[in-house]
Design a protein around this ligand. Structure first.
Ligand SMILES: Nc1ncnc2c1ncn2[C@@H]1O[C@H](COP(=O)(O)OP(=O)(O)OP(=O)(O)O)[C@@H](O)[C@H]1O
Ligand SMILES: [Mg+2]
Length: 460
């Protein structure tokens, strides 16, 4: 059975209940969503506008909710249909396989998505390996495929020690967009999978309601609907579960200080708090651009809440340049330093070096002014999320030559000392400013953002 067949099965259920088949666009939307495509891609592929596809999508979820008597949305359609059909979709690159089993049972084998083994082989392994006492259930099918994963030994060892030795219950991994949070988590999962009975990865990019997320987790944890437990925390107590929630910044209000929950998503805060403060044997990992204040508070109160700020890759970033086939190895250290070992930025810059200079990295380094090119869009995207006062302070920091002492009042900012501190704290939680070791605490703007603001002003 493949995704087309699941779609056919769904259509049959719809026909049996309504006497009507799904339209071809509805089928195409369903199959595309099962393949993790977004509405923009579906619109492009089907020659419709984005708005039209979105509207049709909403109608389809409503129709399926009626047919299956369950609230179905884009974020949960895959898991609900899998469950209803008593099947599991297993994705490998472009191909997918549905294994007729509630979950994939694994012992020492993880889901080898990067290497795309043939589906039949995986199916065989899922069944033929004798099931030892320990059985691990892993679902990372919705995680992005990140082919390269260099370095990060010290981060992995810190995280492992928190999870295994300290029994950490809530871990927040935070850092700039593209710094490698998701890549790190996937590497961690591959190394720590035997420590847990259940491992599941979900992104919050499409803002699932907490209720839907919990239903989804329940579907994954429960052996059968009849044996489901009342609360997620009950599974966290009865088994060792690892839940990864990626892209958590989507829960926070843009235009406000860092980490303020959107009104309709405030219940996530209570869920995180419950996980951090209840007694259980599981772990919830959050990954975010910004670290919320309540997590900071929990961390101060309890040993079982931890957070890790993710920085650049350091010397391991050379592997990226090697992989990208850049030349002029003698200047790679400087290139890495200029772009702070940030893997996302180095990927972008490497592509530019290939495009413009046929791989000769030295050409880019000759220029004194930092080249940003396609990085600008990602910087702008992050700056757009700031509150108006944060934007004002960031602009001002961009014009400062030296780190600024935190205790000094800055008359030209027209901000009270308290407000100023609050804004600096928020910028720090977004990893946009860095603390500098001086006589008194001082901060400076991340210099890539600074270069961007200076160049933007100059080219106005
Ligand atoms: N350790 C690494 N080795 C090689 N490439 C890496 C590494 N970490 C990240 N990358 C690459 O950098 C890019 C960004 O990584 P990733 O998606 O993990 O960042 P992120 O912090 O999760 O970003 P966002 O917050 O925007 O989701 C990806 O293309 C990824 O393959
Ligand atoms: Mg990510």
């Amino acid at each position: 059975m493949d995704i087309q067949e699941l779609s056919k099965w769904t259509d049959e259920q719809v026909f049996a209940k309504t006497g009507k088949h799904l339209s071809s666009l509805q089928k195409s939307i369903l199959e595309s969503i099962l393949h993790h495509k977004n509405f923009h891609k579906i619109a492009d592929q089907n020659g419709y506008s984005y708005d039209h596809v979105k509207k049709e999508g909403a109608k389809l979820w409503k129709l399926l909710s009626g047919v299956f008597t369950e609230s179905i949305e884009q974020s949960n359609v895959r898991s609900i249909l899998q469950n209803k059909a008593g099947s599991t979709i297993y994705s490998f690159g472009d191909s997918s396989l549905i294994i007729s089993n509630h979950k994939i049972k694994e012992n020492h084998v993880n889901i080898c998505r990067g290497n795309s083994p043939v589906a039949q082989d995986i199916e065989k392994r899922s069944y033929s390996v004798p099931v030892p006492n320990e059985v691990h259930f892993v679902d990372i099918t919705t995680a992005p495929e990140l082919n390269c994963n260099y370095g990060r030994d010290s981060e992995i060892s810190t995280l492992k020690s928190w999870m295994v030795n300290d029994q950490a219950r809530l871990i927040t991994i935070y850092g700039l967009s593209g710094i490698g949070k998701t890549a790190l988590i996937l590497k961690l999962i591959s190394e720590i999978k035997t420590e847990f009975d259940y491992i599941i990865y979900r992104s919050l990019e499409h803002l699932p309601k907490l209720r839907n997320l919990k239903d989804h987790l329940t579907n994954f944890f429960a052996e059968s609907p009849a044996s489901s437990l009342p609360e997620i925390i009950d599974y966290f107590r009865s088994s060792r579960c690892l839940v990864v929630l990626d892209d958590v910044q989507h829960l926070f209000k843009p235009g406000h200080l860092a980490g303020h929950y959107l009104t309709e998503y405030k219940e996530y805060r209570h869920f995180f708090q419950q996980v951090a403060t209840s007694s259980h044997q599981s772990c919830l990992i959050l990954s975010s651009w910004e670290k919320p204040g309540d997590i900071e508070t929990l961390e101060k109160e309890s040993q079982s809440t931890k957070s890790l700020k993710i920085e650049g890759l350091g010397a391991s970033a050379k592997e990226i340049l090697l992989h990208k086939k850049l030349q002029d190895e003698s200047i790679w250290d400087e290139l890495i330093q200029r772009y702070q070992g940030h893997p996302g930025w180095l990927n972008i810059i490497s592509a530019t070096i290939m495009e413009l200079f046929d791989g000769r990295a030295a050409h880019l380094i000759q220029e004194e002014e930092l080249f940003l090119g396609d990085i600008e869009a990602t910087l702008e995207f992050q700056l757009e999320r700031l509150s108006e006062l944060e934007k004002k302070v960031v602009q001002w920091l961009g014009s400062q030559d030296e780190p600024i002492a935190i205790f000094q009042p800055y008359a030209n900012l027209e901000l009270s000392q308290n407000k100023f501190w609050q804004i600096m704290q928020s910028l720090n939680r977004r990893c946009l400013v860095e603390k500098v070791a001086m006589d008194a605490p001082a901060f400076q703007l991340n210099y890539i953002f600074k270069a961007y603001l200076v160049q933007k002003l100059k080219n106005k």
